[in-house]
Write a protein that binds this ligand. Sequence first.
Ligand code: GAP
Length: 507
Amino acid sequence: MPDPAPTSVSMETLVALCKRRGFIFQSSEIYGGINGFFDFGPLGAELKKNIRDCWWDDMVRRRDDIVGIETSIIMHPKVWEASGHVAGFTDPLVDCKASKQRYRADQLFFAEVVVDGKSVGYVSALESERTAEALQEAAESLKRKKAIQGKLEPVAPRDMTEAKPEEIALIPSPATGEPGSLTPPRSFNMMFQTNVGAMTDASSVAYLRPETAQGMFADFKAVVDTGRVKLPFGIAQIGRSFRNEITPRNFIFRSREFEQMEMEYFIHEDADWAKCHREWIDWCRGWLVSIGLPESHLSEFNHPREKLAFYSRGTTDIMFRYPFGVQELWGIAARGDYDLKQHEKHSGVSQAIFDEATKRKIVPHVIEPAVGVDRIFLAVLCAGYAEEDVKDEKGAVEKRTVLRLSPRIAPVKVAVFPLLKNKPELVARAEDLHRKLKRRYAVFYDESGAIGRRYRRQDEIGTPWCVTIDFETIEKDGTFTLRERDSMQQKRIGEAELFALLEEKVY
Ligand code: GAP
């Protein structure tokens, strides 16, 4: 795959493409939509499935040390007490009493406006790529509005978790622009609650899982007892997770229902965890590149020691350069033996296993790579999207929109065209090839419009190859034209060669 220039596509353009071509729709759109929930259309469902399948194949099937499981979305509520989610899976929430808007306190920034050393008020802004500039502009505007003379000091942005109690009433709400309506931050638990069974009292409370990881910990002993696994080994899972995010945003980047691909890699308590952690970071980066993400868009962020949970040894996020900034794509955490020990304590069931090498019973430690399918989905669209000036058959310059998706994940692998739709012999041959390809691959048959237009339609949805059946195919050696999406180069190949190409590139 070529390493394209830094992504400059706007989210507006991407969202429009996703809607126009049937990748993603707002959930329940006919009723006005529901914030933080999305539906995947025909092409989106294929692309998402391909991302999942590639991960499962590489993470589980092609390795001897990792097994895959599928656990229920609703688990015993004690699981979430043991994991710490009931007490601590919270975000700080600020309400605006006037507008009824809710904000995540760590995403709502404010600054004191100081002129000639004297405080003259406060300004606020929601977190963005230019929070500091927005606050500085708001401070200048406040000074002008109040007609205050003197030197405005540069603003010092803080978020609402850092506001002193006496400052809260002075900070303007971003919704109304007026102070006095924001509440102090309070903890808001992000787990969706439900009730199991006919009763709706406290005894029936359960939660939609906020992560898939606890399924692997809760089933750890069951897998060990049945799976013939020995340290080091991993348990992987793909599944839906649910978080009642205060501010879902950036399209599918932060939503309330999403899909996770998580793996818990269990290692001996004496193993070199830092080495193993690094190996998994490298594996994850390599895997992202293997499905078409350019290295140039990836970076790493090491969580500072002081911000880590007490049990955590280290967490590194693989970051991706989205149009709205560099953001977390994949978190790789070294969690020690915290999770298994917590479940041991809360369930009363020992989580220790017998280690053949040391002839001792131990509770293993864990390295956890955890990623969201939806974030990868968005990343491949952002990195793959391009608009180019190209020449049509008559030499006129036109714009083409192209999605440079890796053949591994492209929703359609090959499009098959008969050169002309009114020539039965061309159509019959094209239909025959389409039928053969369809048995193994997602393919698309299109006979309407000029060939150039048919190419453009496929470029826009990321189809790596188009095949055109022409008169040479039926009159000569059976070869057809293969047109490659990124280079737009064409060459003649036969059926066996096409299948060999697909075998090599689609794995
Ligand atoms: N078990 C660890 C865990 O769940 P996390 O960092 O909260 O860690 C892991 O989530 C990954 O799941 C993130 O790196 C991100 O890719 C994805 N993710 C988390 N919250 C999400 C949301 N609200 N919407 C979409 N993806 C999300």
